[in-house]
Design a protein around this ligand. Structure first.
Ligand code: NAP
Length: 441
């Protein structure tokens, strides 16, 4: 079996699960380059997973084992589509797998979306997680009311981060600039807007349950919004458990709410219509909905919520890459179960869209490795003998690309660990230059 070369674009969970699967499928007969546009690996694990969910971030240890195996290379600080093109990579490698995730916010497409202090969750999460693109976001947390749009797990992450005390961030890797800003936050009320009802939330039980244990915030659900309890029996088990949490929030007595200075209010059947304000957002106009057979219909009844901060957590889109067919409507690469073009594949959110947990990417990785093996067997990928990484190295040298290796990353990581405040695992570098500089320490 001739040696095969695979380029994986993106070093997040989808990327490293694919590398692991390709190693299992091809053993010693494969060399894998994992590219990332940042000088640091792990994508969503580093920049998306909430900083207070360190146990979820632990999966990076598994990816590190893959990254350090002999036939896998990390090729950091290289933006595919700019520094090297997809046709070039397809010429060099037998298979190119796009594992670029979905790093852009889905737009709200509402009037007033461009007002100050209105952010999508990719930007806001990127800010508190120190993603270089969003580290300078500068959100103003001085208003009393924040509105979070969407009832998924990302909305929960954002609500938790806005609610926690400094003590509750102990052991997290929230970046210093965010901690500093949150320390001065004056937010007293966080409204979570859901355009459908309690039976249609996307929040999972464990994550939703965390809201009940916040030191200074208390979740509030209007009992009138809850369906008859008997109707819960028809829900799938995970959602049923989440609804049990909502019912327990609805039963919290008034005096217990009074003990906590921040109210987290679930506003169901509430569809955002417009944001208003002069320069910065001052409020949001909402229209009541009715839900029938899971579908929301606007009723014409509107009201406004004054708000000085709005964060929409309504999903993500993949970034297009030149020369790759893109499905505009779905916001992901156009693909047939992972196949885009001969020798070009997509995995993870770039393939499926932004749903599922980190573990969902594992079967995706194995599936694409199987498809590559099938395509090799069918002769679609040619006889082998392509140059792979050594061919890329020639291009990198010619273009003077400053490629960051995994050994470089380990030095950056060490510098981040050394800079950590007490009890924290790391203090992340939040700009690319600082990351690259730390490599030389
Ligand atoms: P999500 O689960 O798809 O939730 C998106 C929410 O936004 C839904 O409530 C949706 O309502 C609402 N929405 C969409 N478009 C809207 C619009 N135009 N106006 C108002 N509301 C709108 O997405 P997510 O929260 O971004 O999460 C993405 C994935 O990552 C999910 O699979 C999630 O479970 C996962 N995740 C997991 C964790 C964890 O396990 N700890 C943490 C974060 C994220 P409709 O249902 O009515 O469309």
């Amino acid at each position: 079996m001739p040696l095969r070369h695979i380029a994986i674009i993106g070093s997040g969970p989808a990327g490293y699960y694919t590398a692991e699967a390709a190693q299992k499928a091809f053993g010693e007969n494969v060399l894998i380059d994992v590219f990332d546009c940042l000088p640091v690996p792990y994508g969503l694990i580093r920049s998306g997973v909430a900083p207070d969910h360190q146990s979820i971030k632990g999966v990076s240890r598994r990816f590190e084992a893959t990254a350090q195996s002999e036939n896998v290379r990390f090729v950091g600080n290289v933006r595919v589509g700019r520094d090297v093109t997809i046709p070039e990579l397809r010429g060099l490698y037998d298979a190119v797998v796009l594992a670029t995730g979905a790093p852009n916010d889905r737009p709200l497409d509402l009037p007033g979306e461009q007002l100050g202090n209105v952010f999508g969750s990719a930007a806001f999460v990127g800010w508190y997680n120190g993603h270089p693109e969003f580290a300078g976001l500068d959100p103003d947390l001085s208003a009393k009311t924040a509105v979070v749009i969407g009832m998924g797990n990302v909305a929960l992450d954002v609500v938790r981060i806005l609610s926690k005390t400094e003590a509750e961030f102990a052991g997290s890797d929230i970046v210093a600039h965010a901690l500093e800003r949150l320390r001065k936050s004056r937010i007293e009320r966080i409204v979570i807007l859901g355009r459908r009802g309690p039976h249609q939330i996307m929040m999972t039980p464990k994550e939703l349950g965390e809201l009940a244990h916040l030191m200074r915030a208390s979740p509030r659900v209007d009992p009138a919004d809850l369906p008859e309890e008997g109707e819960d029996a028809l829900l799938e088990p995970g959602l049923r458990k989440s609804v049990v949490h909502l019912r327990s929030f609805a039963a919290i007595p008034e005096e217990m709410h009074a003990d906590k200075p921040i109210e987290v209010e679930f506003d169901f059947f509430a569809q955002p219509n417009a944001l208003f304000g002069e320069e910065g957002v001052e409020g949001i106009e909402v229209e009541k909905t009715e839900v029938s057979a899971g579908k929301a219909t606007a009723t014409g009844e509107t009201y406004t919520i004054p708000a000085g901060l709005v964060i929409s957590c309504i999903g993500y889109r993949t970034s297009p890459i030149p020369d790759v067919p893109f499905d505009e409507r779905a916001g992901k690469f156009a693909n047939d179960e992972g196949r885009i073009l001969p020798g070009l594949y997509a995995v993870g959110w770039a393939r499926r869209g932004p749903s599922g947990t980190i573990g969902t990417n594992r079967p995706d990785g194995f599936d694409v490795a199987d498809k590559i093996a099938e395509d090799i067997a069918a002769g679609v990928l040619g006889p082998g003998g392509k140059p792979g990484g050594s061919g890329f190295d020639v291009i990198a040298a010619r273009r003077e690309l400053d490629v960051v290796s995994f050994a470089d990353w380990k030095k950056i990581e060490q510098a981040e660990e050394q800079a950590a405040r007490e009890g924290a695992p790391r203090e992340k570098f939040v700009d690319v230059e600082a990351m690259i500089k730390a490599r030389g320490l």
